[in-house]
Every structure is written in C-alpha cells, then in structure tokens.
Write a protein that binds this ligand. Sequence first.
Ligand SMILES: NC(=O)C1=CN([C@@H]2O[C@H](COP(=O)(O)OP(=O)(O)OC[C@H]3O[C@@H](n4cnc5c(N)ncnc54)[C@H](OP(=O)(O)O)[C@@H]3O)[C@@H](O)[C@H]2O)C=CC1
Ligand SMILES: Nc1nc(O)c(N)c(N[C@@H]2O[C@H](COP(=O)(O)O)[C@@H](O)[C@H]2O)n1
Length: 201
Amino acid sequence: MAMTHNLRLLSDAIVVGSGTLVNDNPGLNARVPVVAPLDNQPTPIAIDPEYKMPVTAKLISNYHNGIGKQPILLAYRDSPKNDKRLALEESGVKVVDILTPSTPLNRQHFNTLSQIFGFTRFMVEGGATVIKSILAASANETSLSDTLADTLVVTVSPVLIGDGVSVVKNQPNNSKTPNLHHKASKVFGKDVVFVANFIDN
Ligand SMILES: NC(=O)C1=CN([C@@H]2O[C@H](COP(=O)(O)OP(=O)(O)OC[C@H]3O[C@@H](n4cnc5c(N)ncnc54)[C@H](OP(=O)(O)O)[C@@H]3O)[C@@H](O)[C@H]2O)C=CC1
Ligand SMILES: Nc1nc(O)c(N)c(N[C@@H]2O[C@H](COP(=O)(O)O)[C@@H](O)[C@H]2O)n1
C-alpha cells in the first residue's frame, strides 16, 4: 500500500467506479504514511451516474476535514437534478455531467477533465469494470503516442480468493487486448508488483 500512496501523490486525480465507491468507501488520499499536505493531494473522481455515493462517504468527510481535495462525481449529460444530487452538491461534491449512457470511459472524458480542471496525470484505481474499459480504449488506440493509458501497475498478493475477478475477459465488443511491455518487477513485503507499458498493436 505504501507504493499505492506514493503513486497517488504523483497523480493529479484518482479515478474509481461506483462499485468501488460503494463496496470500499475509499479515502483515495495520499498517506505516506501520514496524510500528505492538502496542496499535494490528488483529486478523487467517482464515476457515479446513479448518485450512489452516500453523503457520509469518506471522500466527503476527508474534504471537510482538510485531508482530501473536493471530490468530483461524474454523471450523465442531462442528468436529473434530483434530491440525491442536490444533497451531494450541498455536501461539497462537484458534479460534472460528461458521461453518455452505454459509452465506456474513453479519451474524450479525460480530455474534458483536463480542460476543466487542468489535470494531466490520472491514476485509475479500479474496479474491474473501469479498468476493463481503460484497457479496451488503450488497445483500440492506433499508435503509441495516442495510447490512453501509459502504465499498468499490477500487485500480486499471496492470498487465494477463489475465481477472483477477470480483468481482460469479457472485453466490450470489438476491442482488442492491449500489448504490454514489461518494465519492472519488484517485491514489496509479501507482494510482487509488476509494471508494464502499453505498446503499439
Ligand atoms: N484490489 C484492488 O486494487 C482494487 C479492487 N477494487 C475492487 O473492485 C470492486 C468493484 O469493481 P466493479 O464492481 O467492477 O465496479 P467499478 O468500481 O469498476 O465501478 C463500475 C461502475 O462504475 C460506473 N461506470 C463505469 N464506467 C462508466 C461509464 N463509462 N459510464 C457510466 N458509468 C460508468 C457504473 O456505475 P453504475 O452501475 O452506478 O451506473 C459501473 O457499474 C470492489 O469490490 C473493490 O473492492 C477496486 C479498486 C482497487
Ligand atoms: N491501486 C491499489 N493498489 C493496491 O495494492 C490496493 N490494495 C488498492 N486498493 C484499493 O484502495 C482503496 C482504498 O483506499 P483508501 O485506503 O481508503 O484510501 C480501495 O478501493 C481498494 O480497493 N488499490
């Protein structure tokens, strides 16, 4: 986890899907091991078009406690301005309507976030659904200079969890599996971390 927190510190924004948000209630701030200064914290971004984020979410309390940046929630264009959305906005969540139903996360979404907020370094933490769409978008890019994602970091822990979660199976239609170039492997405690770059198909 120390490595994860250092990666967070190197990022402008940390992206997770609503599944991770609801299951884990993550903080997504950089704690290395103590909380890094607010100016250096990444902005948490939740892809949460159904407004599943509870107003008690750690992302929100971290913001109010000065240990995390203002959280951003990505919703659909023309999303309803319903009571839940208003409650989240009143709690301090910045809602950005840039998603389109049935459209996986893609370069355009990141370009828009860069234009609005000036982010250039995104770290996509999970979960499987979001990572699958990033891998698919990266595999379908035409050249290395265009690749949406540039680095994949995989941690393998010595824990058996049954079938686990497949990241590249059941990719969206017409998408390829990205080509990867092994960059480095390192043991951290009991975990092995693999780092790979995306290369041209
Ligand atoms: N081991 C690790 O390092 C990590 C593990 N995880 C684990 O992953 C699990 C969650 O994974 P998973 O269930 O796949 O969920 P995700 O966290 O990937 O979230 C998926 C949800 O995000 C929303 N979403 C994603 N892309 C789009 C899009 N383009 N447009 C609209 N909505 C979108 C949808 O929300 P909706 O359905 O609300 O419309 C979708 O169901 C958690 O249990 C967590 O513990 C997570 C992070 C790291
Ligand atoms: N990127 C990443 N690498 C790991 O090795 C991990 N174990 C995780 N875990 C995810 O981090 C989230 C919790 O964050 P906070 O500690 O609450 O800030 C949670 O979503 C885990 O799934 N991520």
